[in-house]
Design a binder for this molecule. Structure first.
Ligand SMILES: [Zn+2]
Length: 198
């Protein structure tokens, strides 16, 4: 990536790009996978000690057992939790990423959110928003004169060409920033009807 200096590593995947199974038996397909032909097929079965997931991915069959544990709820009763097969944490959901590769093979193990370093789309957009905000402020401080609602001042020492270039960059960043905000809001809106059913 050349934007914003040198960066190492890779972007974190959002939970929405994973299939997930919750400890209370709710299986959710990855959002990006929903309207797409896929050979992946899943079956799961809950016993007293744990859940067994049988699935097919890229033509190979896999079986994975995930241990369950019961814990008291704060307001009485019990609640089931998974024990993450990888780190041993008590978690509500385990995930299988759709676009995480090990060499040329896709991930074939359900693990917790932390083990896969998953993030929420909404949070990613918010981070993006702050990144844009930061870059816009830097351009304004360094290259542009005073800014009011309808006017951007050019420094006397600055060439028009340079001034216009930085104004354009600022505009482009503001547009992207707005898109990130809209995406975050839309994502939030899609979550609202779902919260009642879980
Ligand atoms: Zn884990």
């Amino acid at each position: 990536m050349s934007r914003g200096g040198i960066r190492c590593g890779r972007p974190r995947l959002p939970v929405e790009s994973c299939h997930s199974l919750s400890a209370w038996g709710y299986f959710q397909f990855a959002q990006m996978w929903a309207d797409r032909d896929t050979e992946d097929s899943f079956e799961w079965e809950f016993g007293e000690q744990g859940a067994v997931i049988r699935f097919t991915r890229d033509g190979c069959k896999h079986t994975q057992e995930i241990a369950l544990t019961l814990a008291c709820c704060r307001f009485g009763g019990w609640r089931a939790w998974f024990i993450c097969p990888s780190c041993g944490r008590r978690v509500g959901k385990v995930y299988l990423p759709c676009s995480m590769y090990y060499g040329d093979q896709r991930a074939t193990k359900f693990r917790c959110r932390l083990c896969y370093g998953l993030t929420y789309e909404q949070r990613r957009d918010r981070n993006r928003y702050w990144t844009y905000q930061h870059r816009i402020e830097r351009i304004e401080a360094r290259w542009l004169g005073e800014i009011s609602d309808d006017w951007i001042n050019k420094h006397k020492w600055q060439h028009w060409r340079t001034f216009n270039k930085w104004c354009d960059k600022r505009d482009a960043l503001i547009r992207k920033e707005n898109q990130a905000v809209v995406r975050a809001l839309l994502h939030f809106a899609t979550l609202i009807p779902k919260t009642g059913n879980n």
